[in-house]
Design a protein around this ligand. Structure first.
Ligand SMILES: Nc1ncnc2c1ncn2[C@@H]1O[C@H](COP(=O)(O)OP(=O)(O)OP(=O)(O)O)[C@@H](O)[C@H]1O
Ligand SMILES: [Mg+2]
Length: 266
């Protein structure tokens, strides 16, 4: 019954041009090692992201920002609420309740996720990691390898590193490979969780430029950055999350001014 109800609602919540509509999202963690105590990480979050919009999540450590991104990507199952996605075919789906197999299909073309860590299989060369992301988004192998080369050059990964196993890369190099894979053929919705945290200033700027360019391609971006400068450069809207709830939502400059002292910088 819940699926039918949320599907009906979500059609209304996702007019054309809107990519994501999160409604009443809650996430509890049961900590089995701590007397089964329950942590309420998200306590009813409402949020939307339009096509070509970059929404930055801000707020203190432990507020629930990463948990929210992981629920949208379905790394975590949600406790209650709906996560509506309007796909490129115009279909409206609920990521909170749809079967794992269907989520896996959407993860290629429709939803991308870049975290601060590269989860690379140990023996896979850098170029393969990026090309496989392209194949998952519907490219032929040859096309994917070409696109992977373009994507790696764009983030400044030297050709000498392409055949190397990703495990031997530095933290900043891994992060750039991760970005290259996440943006090889940009998905409809891109989730970014501190994607530049390990980068030196030069590479940081080039990756931020790359992310800025995604908006022109109509990608909907939902991000977490820990520095205000990146948020001011990229975000079209800022949503402040505090204690698992949305505390503010609006124009970046207004929200950041009103939340003076916002704990986003580390
Ligand atoms: N797998 C988990 N098991 C138990 N509790 C968790 C789990 N993941 C997150 N939490 C808890 O949920 C809350 C929100 O964590 P989350 O990682 O989403 O915060 P955040 O806003 O991303 O913080 P940061 O800015 O430090 O990255 C925290 O209290 C955290 O301890
Ligand atoms: Mg986090």
């Amino acid at each position: 019954m819940r699926e039918m109800d949320s599907a009906l609602d979500l059609q209304k919540e996702l007019p054309e041009g809107r990519v994501l509509a999160v409604r009443g999202l809650t996430k509890d963690f049961t900590m089995h090692l701590v007397d089964g105590r329950v942590a309420h990480a998200l306590k009813g979050v409402d949020l939307e992201v339009e096509q070509g919009e970059h929404v930055a999540l801000a707020g203190p450590s432990g507020a629930g920002k990463s948990t929210l991104l992981r629920c949208v990507y379905r790394t975590y199952l949600t406790t209650s609420g709906a996560i509506g996605l309007r796909t490129s075919t115009g279909a409206v789906v609920d990521l909170a309740t749809m079967p794992d197999w269907d989520v896996a299909m959407l993860r290629g073309r429709e939803i991308g996720y870049v975290s601060q860590f590269l989860r690379a299989e140990p023996r896979r060369p850098v170029i393969e990691i990026v090309a496989r992301a392209g194949i998952a988004r519907g490219m032929e192998r040859g096309e994917a390898l070409d696109a992977a080369a373009v994507a790696l050059r764009r983030v400044g990964i030297d050709e000498a590193l392409w055949p190397v196993h990703a495990t031997v890369l530095s933290g900043g190099q891994k992060q750039r490979v991760n970005i290259a894979a996440g943006t090889i053929s940009p998905p409809r919705l891109l989730l970014l969780d501190e994607p530049v945290s390990a980068l030196d200033p030069v590479n940081r700027v080039s990756v931020l430029d790359l992310i800025a360019g995604l908006r022109e391609q109509g990608v909907a971006v939902l991000s977490v950055f820990h520095d205000l400068e990146a948020i001011e450069m990229l975000a079209t809207r800022v949503v402040v999350v505090e204690g698992g709830r949305v505390a503010a939502d609006g124009d970046p400059h207004e929200v950041l001014r009103a939340n003076h002292g916002l704990a986003v910088a580390r």
